[in-house]
Write a protein of this length. Structure first.
Length: 164
């Protein structure tokens, strides 16, 4: 499996078109445990290098349903995830995205979710999440379904680019 180390962004029309496609189911039979481990390690590195707290495979040009997230100390890697329940009062919170450079805006999302999927060993997982973790899961699920946060945001703002 060739892993692109560059983040795909909407700044490129072909990359935006890819980001807006629904990802396909990850097939564990096609990859060795070593390849899966290397994939997750690389995705984690790319996410951390970009100062992100979540990254979906399609954000690096891979067309399958897997995302990694680390909004706090715990690292999550979920294959073929599904949101099976959303609850709690909707919460408005500012979001940004590694694939939408310098943009941010307020997005309404459920405060609590239940997510199912598979871990890197192809074992079924079920996670109850709330707060920031629930938001990150919903954001990454949107990516895998071809949606970007700007599609949910009513007022997208832009940061000024800085030369550091």
């Amino acid at each position: 499996m060739i892993i692109n180390e560059n983040l795909w962004t909407i700044d490129s029309k072909s990359e935006e078109k890819f980001l807006r496609r629904k990802a396909v189911k990850f097939d564990f039979a096609k990859y060795s445990k070593k390849e899966i481990r290397e994939l997750l390690q690389k995705m984690r590195e790319i996410m951390q290098k970009a100062n992100g707290i979540g990254l979906s495979a399609n954000q690096i040009g891979l067309d399958f349903k897997v995302f990694v997230a680390q909004p706090d100390k715990k690292f999550y890697a979920i294959f073929n995830p599904e949101l099976v329940k959303e609850s709690g009062d909707p919460v408005l919170m500012e979001e940004g995205c590694l694939s939408v450079p310098l943009a941010y805006g307020v997005v309404e999302r459920a405060d609590k979710v239940v997510l199912t999927g598979w871990d890197q060993n192809n074992k079924k997982v079920k996670i109850k999440a709330w707060g920031l973790l629930a938001r990150v899961f919903q954001h990454e699920m949107d990516h895998l379904n071809g949606k970007l946060f700007i599609d949910r945001c009513k007022d997208v703002k832009k940061h000024e680019a800085t030369n550091n």
